[in-house]
Design a protein around this ligand. Structure first.
Ligand code: NAI
Length: 314
């Protein structure tokens, strides 16, 4: 009791750790005893260019404060080489925080393949490549913690961000499957949808909001989730500005109709209120049991004959 959460002897890889949230994670974990790989390509917020200075600056701050960190300047699509930096310098990889990210905001009407592809490359392929390279090490040592980074834009959609939304919700499915496959090796994987002032949000938030929504307020959740004592896995968290909340799926009551030739669009429309009845929701962690439901459905009387009505007629 009264002790800090510590990460002594563990190695943390933080991608995109040259600024924003990634830097906050890197500085924190180094201050709590971890060896940190500070990865950053050092490009612009929309994925142009590159330089070693962002990662170097963070490593300098960490080492000057007495912490242990090394820089890596690879693009996250070279996950193999980022994880190799951890193994070569510290002999292990315990925690991977997939955080690197860029934006290419543009309306869907004006979206070009290159805007779509670059976002997929950094967020989807990047997170995959880093996790894929870390996975064998984590399995072998029967220990690992992975954080993937989603976004409100992924969970809810956002104007001008369909590329980013698609890439960010992909982190949820990716994490849920890794959590299932990793559990028996004590590899726990969670996904966060953060909100914080950074150069990414500087374009959409006023300065006074940027100022108070500090990346530091996302750090405690990540610290808890990647600690050895954590048991959460496969969960989604909304986090920022002092607020932390789990998110989950919700299933409506649903409609059950006899599945035969009386199951017409019109018969379904007559039961539409049940399809979308959230008054007594369930919170599933897997798909509905379709075989069992089908059996129940077949016990129902034939659906009453119905013309194909429209929504407005039902
Ligand atoms: P940021 O721009 O300050 O940090 C992202 C870092 O990733 C930058 O330092 C950048 O150089 C680096 N990076 C970009 N592409 C890279 C690549 N291919 N390889 C290696 N490094 C690369 O932005 P912020 O806000 O700290 O974002 C961190 C993560 O959080 C991103 O995944 C972002 O999409 C996500 N996020 C942030 C939100 C916010 O409110 N700040 C909201 C929702 C999600």
């Amino acid at each position: 009791a009264g002790e800090q959460l510590r990460y002594d002897g563990q190695t943390v890889v933080v991608t995109g750790a040259g600024g924003g949230l990634g830097k906050a994670y890197a500085v924190f974990f180094a201050s709590r005893g971890a060896n940190v790989v500070v990865n950053d390509l050092g490009g612009s917020f929309n994925g142009v260019g590159g330089s070693s200075s962002m990662a170097d600056q963070v490593v300098k701050e960490i080492t000057q404060a007495g912490g242990k960190a090394v820089a890596n300047y690879d693009d996250v699509v070279n996950g193999e080489s980022i994880i190799k930096t951890a193994i070569d310098n510290f002999g292990r990889i315990d925690i991977l925080i997939n955080n690197a990210g860029i934006l290419r905001d543009i309306s869907f009407k004006n979206m070009k393949d290159q805007d779509w592809d670059l976002i997929m490359k950094v967020h989807v392929i990047g997170a995959y490549k880093c996790a894929r390279a870390a996975w064998p090490h984590m399995r072998k040592q029967k220990y690992g913690r992975v954080i993937n980074t989603s976004s409100a834009a992924g969970l809810f959609g956002n104007f001008g961000q369909c590329n980013y939304s698609a890439a960010k919700l992909s982190q949820v499915g990716f994490t849920e499957t890794l959590a299932k496959e990793g559990r028996k090796y004590n590899i726990l994987c969670n996904v966060i949808a953060p909100i914080a002032g950074s150069r990414l949000t500087a374009t959409v938030m006023p300065p006074e909001v940027l100022e108070v929504l500090k990346p530091d307020y996302v750090v405690p959740l990540v610290a808890v989730l990647v600690h050895p004592s954590n048991d959460e896995s496969g969960a989604i968290f909304e986090v920022g500005g002092g607020h932390v909340a789990k998110m989950r799926w919700e299933r409506a009551k649903g409609a059950l109709l006899r599945a035969d030739d009386s199951f017409t669009p019109g018969a379904l429309l007559k039961k539409w209120d049940n399809v979308s009845d959230f008054s007594e929701p369930s919170h599933p962690e897997g798909p509905a049991n379709f075989m069992e439901l089908l059996e129940d459905a077949q016990k129902l009387p034939k659906n009453p004959p119905s013309e194909d009505i429209s929504f407005k007629d039902r």
